[in-house]
Each structure stands twice: as structure tokens, then as C-alpha cells.
Design a binder for this molecule. Structure first.
Ligand code: ADP
Length: 256
């Protein structure tokens, strides 16, 4: 479970202060699939950095699986990070390593025994549909396939939480839908999924189809959160309004 209790984060710059998050209260339960949606500068990256303890809140508490990160010792941070799998916008694959080696390398650094690595890689690659491409190098794959490798790598050590930072930022629109549906499938096997993105139209389309929770950040605050029935109702009304106005993601309707 992820809990943000009255969390604020202010960055000090050489001549100013930037309020990135302003008194945020969010609770994400185990097994949820949540989109954190917001325009550039809304505070999305800061939200993810706080979860991974790359930054500390200026005020308030961040609690992950019952552990209060504001009280956590530095040396415990690697254990915290092992409880999650992270997917990045730019994939972060090692270009000289094959698909198999990329996943194996990530497992080796967390001290997983070789035998377990050998048995688990075909499984995680089959989850992302890439078992027949394990000997390819990253640049021999499409952007969408590279992101699938990154998802397999994030799953390799068996985390119960996957966080994705703009996972579709570097891939085609059709592949973007594909990757989001992959997260949907991952969530079905009881892994909590938190996807941070600025792609409003894609999220609205998916959330309507799969009923995902959408938390919208704006100016460091929670602008809306569809987990609350009243907010969900207003959100649905707004979506319907948008629908009547324009719809530039027609391609995404093909499976409905
Ligand atoms: P997003 O990921 O939604 O684009 P961020 O969390 O990166 O938003 O940023 C939120 C606000 O905090 C922005 O105004 C940004 O300029 C500011 N900010 C982010 N990181 C820093 C930093 N290291 N130093 C100063 N200001 C920052």
C-alpha cells in the first residue's frame, strides 16, 4: 500500500523555491491500477521520486507497505527499491546486452541465484510476449518491444508493485495502447500498477474501458481522483462532454 499523508515537497533553487507538491493526500491499495495524470510541471516525477526515496518530503509522510519513508535509514533504501519494479520512459536497456542478458543482469545485481534466474527469465519474457526474441540486442527491436523488455526486467525479481514513468513517451500511439494493456494484464496477476503520464486522451480512453482509477495532479495538488464516487461522477460527466467535443483517438476504439 502507498500512502501520502499531507505531503508537500518544495525544491530550493539558487534564487527561489518551487512548490512541486502541495499537501497531497493519496492512498493506493494493494492490487489497484492507478494512472497519475498531469501536464508537465504538475508534480508527477516528484510523486514517483518520493515513493522511491530519491527525494524526501518537505512536510508530511510517505508510507510504503507500512514503512514510513521519512524515518527510513539510508541503508534500508535498496530493500525498499527491491519491493518495486520501475519502468522508465527511455527504457534504460544496456545496448550491448541481449534481451536475455538485460533481464539476467538486473536479477544478478539483486543477488538472485543463477538457477532461479535461468528458470525465471523465459517466464517473464513470455509474460511480455518476447520469449522468441531473447537473443536480440535492444536496437534490433521496435520501441514497443524494447519497452516490453524493460517491463520484463521490472517484473523479474517478483515485485508486488510496478511503477512506470511516462512508459509510452518514446513509442508510437498503437504501441502505447499495447504497453498500457500489458500493464493491465500484469495488474490482473495481483501486482499493483502505478502509471505516471501526461497522455490525457490515452488515459481517458483506457480508464473508460478498464475502469482504472485516475488521479489527476495539477499545480502540485490532487485535481481529481476517481476513487471517490462523487469525483468519479463529475469525471464521467466531464469525459462525456469531451467526447461530444472531440475524439482524436479513434484508433483505440477498435477492440471495444
Ligand atoms: P512533472 O513530472 O509533472 O513534470 P515535476 O515533479 O518534475 O513535474 O515538477 C514539479 C515542479 O517542481 C515543477 O515546477 C518543476 O520545475 C519543479 N522541480 C522539479 N524538480 C526540481 C528540482 N530538482 N529543483 C527545482 N525545482 C524542481
Amino acid at each position: 500500500m502507498i500512502e501520502f499523508e499531507h505531503v508537500s515537497k518544495t525544491y530550493e533553487t539558487h534564487n527561489d523555491e518551487n512548490v512541486a507538491l502541495d499537501d497531497i493526500n493519496i492512498q493506493i491499495d494493494d492490487g489497484e491500477f492507478v494512472f497519475i495524470l498531469g501536464h508537465s510541471g504538475a508534480g508527477k516525477s516528484t510523486f514517483l521520486k518520493l515513493i522511491q526515496m530519491e527525494e524526501k518530503p518537505t512536510k508530511g509522510r510517505v508510507i510504503i507497505n507500512g514503512q514510513d519513508l521519512t524515518k527510513m535509514k539510508r541503508r534500508k533504501v535498496p530493500y525498499l527499491r527491491r519491493q518495486m519494479g520501475v519502468v522508465f520512459q527511455d527504457f534504460r536497456l544496456i545496448p550491448t546486452m541481449t534481451v536475455y542478458e538485460n533481464v539476467a543482469f538486473a536479477m544478478r545485481v539483486t543477488n538472485i541465484p543463477t538457477k532461479k534466474i535461468k528458470s525465471r527469465i523465459p517466464y517473464v519474457l513470455s509474460l511480455v510476449g518476447l520469449e522468441d526474441k531473447m537473443d536480440r540486442l535492444p536496437d534490433e527491436l521496435s520501441g514497443g518491444e524494447q519497452q516490453r523488455v524493460a517491463v520484463a526486467r521490472a517484473l523479474a525479481h517478483g515485485p508486488k508493485l510496478i511503477i512506470a514513468d511516462e512508459p509510452t513517451g518514446n513509442i508510437d500511439p498503437e504501441m502505447s495502447l499495447d504497453i498500457m494493456q500489458l500493464f493491465e494484464a500484469i495488474n490482473k496477476v495481483n501486482i499493483t500498477v502505478v502509471v505516471v503520464t501526461h497522455e490525457h486522451e490515452l488515459v481517458h480512453k483506457l480508464a473508460r474501458k478498464y475502469n482504472n482509477r485516475v488521479i489527476e495532479l495539477a499545480n502540485g495538488m490532487v485535481a481529481s481522483d476517481t476513487s471517490h464516487p462523487e469525483v468519479a461522477r463529475r469525471y464521467a460527466a466531464r469525459m462525456a462532454e469531451r467526447e461530444n467535443g472531440y475524439d482524436d483517438y479513434e484508433d483505440y476504439d477498435d477492440e471495444e
